[in-house]
Design a protein around this ligand. Sequence first.
Ligand SMILES: C[S@@+](CC[C@H](N)C(=O)[O-])C[C@H]1O[C@@H](n2cnc3c(N)ncnc32)[C@H](O)[C@@H]1O
Length: 355
Amino acid sequence: MKNYSELEIEKIQDRFAIFAEQECKSSSAFYYDLSLKISKDEELSRMASYACYGQPIPNIFFGAVHYLVLKDKNCQLASYYPSITKSLKNPALPFDVFKDFCIHNESQIVELISSKIVQTNVINRCSYLTPILSELINKGQKNACVIDIGASVGLNLNFDLYEYWTDGQKIFGDSSVKIEFETKDSAIKPILPTNYFVRKIGIDQHLINPQNEDEKLWLNALIWPDHLERFNSMEKALELRQNGGIEMLQASTVPQFEEIINEQLNNETLIIYSTHTLYQFSQENRQDFFNMLDSIGRKRDFYFLSVESTKYLQEKYDSSQTVIELTSYTNRQKNEQFIAETNGHGNWILWKNEF
Ligand SMILES: C[S@@+](CC[C@H](N)C(=O)[O-])C[C@H]1O[C@@H](n2cnc3c(N)ncnc32)[C@H](O)[C@@H]1O
């Protein structure tokens, strides 16, 4: 499979520097520090360049190292990883210790990053999905079908089974899985209970079997080591998932997505969403995907909710954050709305427009 090894090493280093500043700075001190150091280290940047083309390089590289640490909890590096020590008060990780571990395990890291994909399932993204989905379902006043494209293990489709807290206030649910977020500079959007039946379909290019220990380990390895609460949420959400209710389908091409969408009933409210997935599509595939949605929109009503931190969405709405865009196809009319900004892990929401 094609990888990034053809890319100039400075470009790989830039990816780590950007990852540090744009994604880790306000979210993960652990990865912020490491990313900045890797951005100045030729040897580790070269190692990271074996990631499959299309995959986010820092995420997969860190995921691979974390995976090896979770597998060997007694290694020296493990004593610095908050996910192992369950504490954020570890001594600072000396870069030499990290680098030595990577060099010592180079062949395994290269094997992992050249064969695996970033399939993180960030449950906290339900912070914005749930108020939006519940409002759209209630507006439709009928049963609904919700399709998650790039669903990973599908946990965000169980949005209605979690408990929601914003700004210290519980606003919905009663569950072992808690979603906490800040509502920035805007009124708190309520989560409305729905009395309609919701069919849940998750689509992904690779279906994860969380009963398989190795697949579960990879899912956990993709969680950032100092996001301690996410390990617990993942465990609890996987337990809830065992009760069923989600249909997972394997598909990866636009014609396959189209076929699945066309199979859905016309008498349900259809909501398709995609969070942090379209950035993994090539530009050409993304355009084909949008064209496919437009063509379905000429035949039936539905919504498409897109959440990405990609340049094309940020430029479209003059934002430097993760953009939440809702496209409504109603009576053959297409309407695109910038409804909110958030961060990569759904820790805060700034609502922009009513929908
Ligand atoms: C970064 S993860 C995000 C997962 C989930 N949407 C979330 O927000 O937690 C991206 C997901 O998109 C999937 N994906 C990427 N390209 C895909 C494609 N062409 N077809 C199906 N799934 C794809 C990946 O396998 C992965 O599970």
